[in-house]
Design a protein around this ligand. Structure first.
Ligand code: DQA
Length: 150
């Protein structure tokens, strides 16, 4: 199973950024751990601070035999209609993740414009949000639970 983990703006600063929300580890370390947890998955990783690059990367997955995307669109989750439209245009499921619990933070973070076009959202479990999303893809592939592309 080929899955893309896609991180948005400022997530390149993990480990150096607001530790109480985002923890101490950088994403390279988290990625290594995730690959260790899911050795059967082909996990590709992309991070960008720009909206257009994220839209491009989502579109490209169509030609690259990806079966799913784990997306932390970071601040763009709260206002990027372009990213929402790119997700809606794709055939493959996208799971929205956040390290912090966006509902326990400022009101502007309580709204995600991408949630409605994602298969589901996992928020507030730190790096485990990514692990849970990948687990769902694993179960989905094994046909253990149903899936509806919204
Ligand atoms: C985030 C939450 C967003 O509100 C914020 O803008 C981020 C990270 C998270 O992973 O908790 O940059 O997506």
């Amino acid at each position: 199973m080929k899955i893309l983990i896609l991180n948005g703006p400022n997530l390149n600063l993990l480990g150096k950024r607001e530790e109480k929300f985002y923890g101490r580890e950088d994403f390279e370390k988290i990625l290594e751990e995730l690959k260790g947890h899911f050795p059967e998955m082909e996990i590709d990783y992309f991070q960008s601070n720009s909206e257009g690059a994220i839209v491009d990367r989502i579109q490209q997955t169509a030609d690259e035999r990806f079966q799913g995307i784990v997306l932390n669109a970071a601040a763009y989750s709260h206002y990027s209609i372009a990213i929402r439209d790119a997700i809606a245009a794709m055939q493959i499921p996208v799971v929205e993740v956040h390290l912090s619990n966006i509902y326990a933070r400022e009101p502007f973070r309580h709204v995600s414009v991408i949630s409605a076009v994602c298969a589901g959202t996992i928020t507030g479990f730190g790096k485990d949000s990514y692990r849970m999303a990948l687990e769902w893809f694993g179960y989905h592939q094994m046909g253990k639970i149903g899936f509806t592309k919204r």
